[in-house]
Write a protein that binds this ligand. Structure first.
Ligand SMILES: *Cc1c(COP(=O)(O)O)cnc(C)c1O
Length: 398
């Protein structure tokens, strides 16, 4: 009898009890709107922003309704206007080109390497085509940020970081999100903190922070923000910044504050699971493990492997065999978008030229979530199942 995994790849841990208590307190007083405070009260949302700013080391932080909203707001506040081209990753998820489209920009896709990071040679070649780079640290893989910043600074490109998968990660000790002019994070259920929906924007740029705050729907109540610049900065931008509502509320902030306190421990738990999976998969014939650079501090909340140069039917066979044993793998090579997974050529509102070297990598990527509800034994079992099925199909001549 072959082993079978019976866990659920979409089941995150419950909201911690102290966060439930904090949420109940907000529900009991009823002041869910972030600007609804009584005399002397500081809103949960404002406190969370201060705490998240401290966590990343950024001067300013704005809590918003989603990660995608944070990205679009960062782009708009950084100066992207309709018709502007924005460089971005070929290997990413739909909200990334979607955020560029939301501000009327045109994505210009930059290729992906076998390390699953942005192709810096391709970036250097395309640097003259846009004034902005929306850098997606897709699935938590961080490129050589020193070289990336050298290229972008040299070409006068403003970098906005999508840190949906790198909250808690770092490059050479610098927290992810602290290289560019602004960064966006998500607190959607499948990310590193869970408030259902939610996001953050961080920056050190005072005007960008003030514009983003007004964009998010602060009306003229920006004085109630704490991780924000002073009123004189808002005075400079308040008449020509539109209100495009996308605030976070106190209920979500109350749920997130206790989670932020334990994020470092959660990262360690993710990485234990990642380590077991990686060790179990390493050395499988036909399968390439993604080696993580020493400079990268990552969060192993998902794992990717490559079946490079395999025939599509053979990869589909692996996916089906693993699924039959309870292991859900996502394939980035599918011609049609499926569930959360799609490719740059499915985003037809953003025309792209074919990118054969990237297509080769995308066609080989298998991707798997690692929820913290999995035990280390679960991870060892999952790795055994993948290893057996990949070996079998490879042995049959993939
Ligand atoms: C989830 C995600 C986002 C957007 O986050 P939402 O909160 O769902 O809007 C952006 N980029 C990447 C890579 C993501 O995975």
């Amino acid at each position: 009898m072959s082993e079978r995994f019976t866990g659920t790849f979409t089941q995150q841990e419950p909201i911690p009890e102290d966060a439930v208590e904090a949420a109940l307190a907000v529900l009991r007083h009823g002041r869910l709107h972030r600007y609804n405070v009584v005399a002397g009260e500081i809103a949960e949302t404002a406190l969370l922003e201060e705490e998240f700013a401290a966590f990343t080391g950024a001067r300013y932080c704005l809590a918003v309704a989603s990660g995608g909203y944070a990205i679009a707001t960062a782009l708009r506040a950084a100066g992207v206007t309709p018709g502007d081209s924005v460089l971005t990753n070929t290997f990413t998820l739909a909200p990334v080109p979607g955020a560029i489209a939301a501000v009327g920009g045109t994505p210009v896709f930059v290729g992906v390497t076998e390390q699953l990071t942005i192709d810096l040679d391709d970036l250097a070649a395309k640097a003259g085509q846009a004034g902005y780079l929306l850098l997606s640290h897709m699935r938590g893989h961080i490129c050589d940020m020193d070289r990336l910043m050298e290229i972008c600074d040299g070409a006068g490109i403003k970098v906005i970081e999508d840190c949906a998968h790198t909250m808690g990660a770092a490059w050479n000790g610098t927290p992810s999100g602290r290289h560019g002019v602004a960064a966006a994070y998500s607190t959607q259920t499948y990310k590193h903190m869970n408030s259902g929906e939610g996001g953050f924007l961080v920056t050190d740029d005072e005007e960008l922070a003030a514009r983003a705050t007004i964009l998010s729907g602060s009306y003229m109540l920006y004085g109630r923000h704490r991780a924000a610049p002073g009123p004189e900065v808002f005075e400079r931008v308040k008449y020509d910044t539109p209100n495009i509502s996308g605030r976070m509320d106190n209920l979500r902030a109350a749920i997130l504050r206790p989670q932020l306190k334990t994020l470092h421990d959660q990262v360690a738990r993710w990485n234990e699971r990642y380590g077991v999976l990686e060790a179990g998969l390493r050395g499988t014939p036909g399968l390439t493990v993604i080696e993580r650079p020493a400079a990268e501090t990552y969060v192993g909340s998902s794992i990717q492997v490559l079946l490079l140069d395999w025939a599509a039917e053979a990869i589909l066979d692996v996916v089906a065999r693993c699924a039959a044993r309870g292991v859900e793998l996502k394939w980035f090579g599918a011609p049609e978008p499926v569930a959360f997974t799609s490719r740059y050529d499915s985003w037809r509102y953003a025309p792209s030229a074919p990118m054969p070297p990237s297509d080769r990598v995308l066609a080989g990527i298998l991707d798997m979530r690692v929820p913290l509800t999995f035990s280390l034994e679960d991870c060892a079992l999952i790795a055994r199942i993948i290893r057996e099925e990949v070996s079998t199909v490879y042995g049959n001549g993939a």
